[in-house]
Design a protein around this ligand. Structure first.
Ligand code: ADP
Ligand code: MG
Length: 183
């Protein structure tokens, strides 16, 4: 089992609801236990365009190898209507692997820790909310980077954690066959 952190973002459609649904979807996977979810934040698009984003970070425990976790993230993104018309386009749902245990991975289609995570308030703020003393592999304390992104607009819009706990309870009764097709 490995502890991983995912960054969730959305700015197309009902983005706020999508984040909630995506966390439920993650929690329904039999290979994943969602341990915690940050508050939801409204943020200015960074390197992107369109409406404001909604973002959060999820801490999970998984039996999946990192590559399989990435595949699952892409699968869930597709279920939520993700399209990639051009780089950094607005998106219905983005799921990024921020950290996968203490692993450093540098492959063509998977880089962990996520290479841009220390440049983005929409990652750092929810991540540090979940783990105030988090140490990033080879980069030191996560909270030390927050002052470097202080110019990026970010506003907390919801602090509710109840859904994760509720989902964990209902998970006990979910049938495995429905777990990957959660929409
Ligand atoms: P963004 O970089 O804005 O999240 P995409 O979601 O379209 O853009 O991802 C582009 C590619 O980034 C994916 O096809 C994926 O293979 C690659 N990638 C590399 N490292 C990671 C990671 N840690 N988490 C998610 N995707 C990653
Ligand atoms: Mg992505």
């Amino acid at each position: 089992m490995t502890i991983a952190y995912l960054g969730l973002g959305a700015n197309l459609g009902d983005a706020r609801q999508t984040l909630k649904d995506a966390v439920v979807c993650l929690a329904q996977q039999h290979t994943i236990t969602v341990l915690a979810k940050s508050s939801v934040y409204r943020t200015a698009p960074i390197d992107s365009s369109g409406d404001d984003y909604f973002n959060c970070v999820v801490k999970l425990e998984t039996s999946l190898p990192a590559r399989s976790l990435l595949r699952l993230c892409h699968h869930i993104e597709l279920q939520f209507g993700r399209e990639r018309p051009y780089r950094n386009a607005p998106r219905t749902l983005d799921l990024d692997i921020l950290l996968y245990g203490a692993s450093s991975i540098d492959e063509a289609d998977l880089v962990v820790p996520h290479p841009r995570m220390t440049e983005r308030a929409f990652v750092l703020v929810p991540l540090v909310e979940l783990e105030p003393d988090l140490i990033l592999p080879q980069r030191g304390r996560a909270d030390a980077f927050i002052e470097t992104v202080a110019d990026q607009r970010i506003e907390k819009v919801a602090t509710c954690q109840c859904m994760v706990a509720a989902q964990r309870d209902s998970d006990a009764t979910a049938t495995p066959s429905t777990k990957t097709d959660c929409r």
